[in-house]
Structures are given as structure tokens and as C-alpha cells.
Design a protein around this ligand. Structure first.
Ligand code: ATP
Length: 243
């Protein structure tokens, strides 16, 4: 069985959930601790996005329990969302605003202070070049947009981060840079859940990989030793579903 931190930041226990009369998740158990990167893989329709929706409070469990840093995202949605950052596949920003203005405005909307020095530190820590801080984001690449979103997460100091297909459409260099950034967030104790089809990238960065199949977690594999994961074996076992 997988190792489990004493009090997980992101936690789903025996969750049954879905949409109207269609059950998608059948007894999901997922626990992610502070400073841990968890990659959830699975075929189209396996329930990965539904799992993110659980933590965001958009889908309520029919059975079981969901917690974000101890908070029920359905019962206390505002409290739960204050504790997490969500980075969708395509990061939505205010196109006519600069990177710095976006972070300041989004912090303001989140009801948090927008200290300029803190914003600059966060954007720099997210790997955005200083020359881009004052540029409108309209011309930004996907990788640059993600850096702005990660800068926002850093400035908000959230304990949990949810990522939907973060490396799809990124070139190998941008993927490596993105994975490095996730390592920085892990170092700050953030609990990170990423859903992805990208086994190689997941194997590069994740501490654990879970394979979701038709709403059930088939297996969890933890990184071990210098090779971390046996990617060939994982691909052989799950390639048809996950890739
Ligand atoms: P993908 O890799 O394609 O994004 P996924 O693993 O993220 O897939 P989900 O998006 O969680 O899968 O979808 C799981 C199932 O739930 C699918 O059968 C999908 O059609 C269904 N589904 C998703 N959203 C809704 C919704 N809002 N209403 C009804 N059914 C939905």
C-alpha cells in the first residue's frame, strides 16, 4: 500500500460521486500530504477531472468524505478555495493586463493583500523573466501563463495546488522547467495533485502516481531509489489506458 502522511492536505475517503444518475467515482481513496506531488493518470473518461471537481466543491460526494486542509469543499466552499489554487489546462488571465497586474488583481479578488514586492518575488520564483512582468499577457505562451498562475499560487501561499493536464502542449524544455517549478512548490510544503496523460512527465516529477480506471484507483506507485519509477513497466501495464 502507499505511504500516507499523518494528516493529508487533500483527502478523499471512500468517495462515490458523479452527475445526476451517473456514478463516475466508485469508492475513491486519495490522500496527498504536504510537500507531496501526486500524479493521477487514466484514460479519457476515467474520472480525473471529476476528482479535481470534488476538491473544488463543484461535485458533491454521494458517499464518503472530501477535505481540503481539513475543510469540506461542499459545506464551506469559500473556506476550501482559500486553501487551494487551481490551474486549468488553459490558464485564464485578463488579456489586457500585464503579468504583475493580473497577479495583483487576482489577489485582490481573492481578498488578499497585493504588496508589489511580494508579487515580484512570487513571479520571479515562478520563473517568469523580469522583462515580462509589465508585458500584457495577451502575447504569452502557455508556459508563461502557467508561470503567472504559479506566481499567484506562491503569492497566496496556499497549502494545496490542483493542476489539470499541465504539460499538454508544452515543449520538452518548458515541461522540464514546469516540473522544476513544481519541485519548488513541493519544497514549500504544498500538496500537489496533477491529472495528466503524460506518464513520462509524471514519472519525472511525481512522488506517487495513481492509475484511475473507470472511477476506481487501480494502483498507486511510489517513487523509489535513484530511478524513481520503472517507466517501461508502468507504460507496459498502463500505457493503453494512461497515454
Ligand atoms: P479526460 O482525460 O477526457 O479529461 P477524465 O478522466 O478527466 O477524462 P472526466 O472528465 O472526469 O474524465 O469524466 C468522467 C465521466 O463523467 C465521462 O463519462 C464524462 O462524460 C462524464 N461527465 C463529465 N462531466 C460531466 C457533467 N458535467 N455531466 C455529466 N457527465 C459528465
Amino acid at each position: 500500500m502507499s505511504k500516507r502522511s499523518p494528516s493529508p492536505v487533500l483527502s478523499a475517503s471512500a468517495v462515490v460521486a458523479g452527475y445526476r444518475d451517473k456514478t463516475i467515482l466508485h469508492g475513491l481513496d486519495l490522500h496527498i500530504g504536504a510537500g507531496e506531488i501526486y500524479a493521477l493518470l487514466g484514460a479519457n473518461g476515467a474520472g480525473k477531472t471529476t476528482t479535481l471537481s470534488l476538491f473544488l466543491g463543484f461535485v458533491a460526494p454521494d458517499e464518503g468524505q472530501v477535505r481540503v486542509a481539513g475543510v469540506d469543499p461542499v459545506g464551506q466552499p469559500a473556506e476550501a478555495r482559500r486553501r487551494l489554487a487551481y490551474i486549468p489546462e488553459n490558464v485564464a488571465l485578463y488579456e489586457h493586463l500585464s503579468a504583475r497586474e493580473n497577479v495583483a488583481y487576482l489577489l485582490h479578488l481573492a481578498g488578499e493583500a497585493e504588496d508589489r514586492e511580494a508579487i515580484d518575488r512570487a513571479l520571479a520564483a515562478a520563473g517568469l523573466a523580469e522583462s515580462a512582468f509589465d508585458r500584457r499577457v495577451a502575447g504569452f505562451s502557455k508556459g508563461m501563463r502557467q508561470k503567472v498562475a504559479i506566481g499567484l499560487a506562491l503569492a497566496r501561499n496556499v497549502p494545496a495546488l490542483l493542476l489539470d493536464e499541465p504539460t499538454s502542449g508544452l515543449d520538452p524544455q518548458a515541461t522540464a522547467e514546469f516540473n522544476r517549478l513544481l519541485g519548488v512548490l513541493r519544497g514549500q510544503g504544498v500538496a500537489i495533485l496533477m491529472v495528466t496523460h503524460d506518464l513520462l512527465s509524471a514519472a519525472d516529477v511525481a512522488d506517487r502516481i495513481g492509475f484511475l480506471d473507470a472511477g476506481r484507483l487501480l494502483e498507486e506507485v511510489a517513487a523509489e531509489g535513484s530511478e524513481r519509477f520503472d517507466v517501461r513497466a508502468l507504460h507496459h501495464r498502463y500505457g493503453g489506458q494512461a497515454a
